[in-house]
Design a protein around this ligand. Structure first.
Ligand code: KG4
Ligand code: ZN
Length: 357
């Protein structure tokens, strides 16, 4: 089954073509092309995503991103119609996300599905992040896909959720953030340190040169007997440290130490909560995804924390951690086969507040 997938929920305009075998759902999906147009340079000017700028740029870019994704699979400008005949379905992110951004992708996908007569599969963006781990072949590299049950930790710019996944699309939410998402905390702390948006990758780089024990930042909710998270207090702790200690941000070592200490606090909380859940539910298949999952220090901390248990850890390729359409195609592939309830075309719409259910 070949699926054309579209993702426009935030500030990445992305179109992918993925393929999966209907005879062997356990083999995962293969990515034929995954084109991502990142709008980061436009939003960087404002220090964060500006919704109006995001939707305008999706509108400007979506046609050329679609064309590039098709051309990469070997079709040319003359036989784009043949390409549309060759696919089995069209998938699109319907939420959660920015309404104006979602509307561009959903409207575009609906038009394509209507014109081509192919079924349209609506995809929840958070499920997309989980299914980034069900991509078994990407740019000629092969990966193993997770087996059920597993614990899923979704850590992105908009979400921080720990779930117990019993089977495809059957999950229990164990905990989530009560305020800021992890990626959001990275971005906000980065802003305080004078870094540009998105600050996650930059904080990671600076942290390599810093001392993670230089500042004793709090580990919010780490001792609480639940799986919820909170990062706004940690962000405030960084702010007060900057103010009260009158730190000189002109000194590179100070910034590196702040970055390393903040990052370590975040990692400690994420690892500790996931470990507690693993022990409580006796599940040692751990699937981490979302933009923050690209962080190498975090990956290492998970590997080391779970090294004593016979755990299997799964992280997507870096480019599949941040927003992309390939993960939306992967979720759509499984959803199409395994979800009994199909949503009629007329009911598919942008749902900015869509949640996991
Ligand atoms: O998954 P994503 O592209 O968007 C959402 O669905 O929200 O995640 C983007 C977030 C940003 O907050 C960014 O700073 C963070 O992921 N991020 C990182 C790293 N790479 C991206 N955070 C920490 N370390 C990284 N290497
Ligand atoms: Zn995302």
């Amino acid at each position: 089954m070949k699926i054309l997938a579209i993702e426009t929920s935030c500030d990445e305009t992305s179109v992918a073509i993925i393929e999966g075998s209907t005879n062997s759902l356990n083999s995962g999906v293969r990515v034929l092309s995954n084109v991502i147009f990142s709008q980061i340079p436009y939003h960087r000017l404002y220090g964060g995503v500006v919704p109006e700028v995001a939707s305008r740029n999706h509108l400007l870019k979506i046609n050329s991103v679609l064309k590039e994704a098709i051309l990469k699979t070997g079709f040319n400008n003359q036989n784009i119609k043949d390409f549309l005949n060759s696919i089995d379905a069209i998938a699109v992110t319907v939420g959660p996300g920015l309404v104006g951004s979602l509307l561009v992708g959903v409207g575009f996908a609906k038009a394509l599905a209507y014109a081509s007569g192919k079924p349209l599969i609506p995809v929840n963006h958070i499920e997309g992040h989980i299914y980034a781990n069900f991509i078994s072949e990407f740019e000629d590299k092969k990966f193993k896909i997770p087996s059920f049950p597993f614990l899923g930790l979704i850590i992105s710019g908009g979400h921080t959720i720990l779930i117990l996944v019993e089977d495809h699309f059957r999950y229990q939410i164990l905990g989530q953030t009560l305020d800021d998402a992890v990626g959001e905390a990275f971005d906000k702390v980065g802003k305080m340190l004078g870094l540009s948006y998105p600050a996650g990758p930059e904080i990671e780089k600076l942290a390599f040169e810093g001392n993670p024990a230089a500042f004793a930042f709090p580990r919010p909710l780490i001792k609480e007997n639940n799986f919820n998270f909170s990062f706004s207090g940690l962000k405030t702790a960084v702010l007060y440290t900057l103010k009260n200690q009158k730190l000189d941000l002109e000194k590179r070592q100070v910034i590196c130490d702040l970055a390393a200490s903040f990052q370590q606090a975040v990692i400690d909380v994420l690892v500790s909560k996931t470990q507690k859940a693993a022990q409580k539910y006796k599940i040692f298949n751990i699937v981490v995804s979302g933009g923050v999952a690209a962080n190498k220090t975090l990956r290492k901390a998970f590997v080391s924390a779970f090294s004593k248990q016979k755990a299997e850890l799964f992280f997507p390729e870096n480019i599949l951690c941040t927003d992309n359409a390939a993960m939306i195609g992967a979720a759509a592939f499984y959803s199409h086969f395994l979800r009994e309830k199909k949503i009629p075309f007329s009911e598919i719409e942008a749902s900015p507040n869509l949640y996991l259910k």
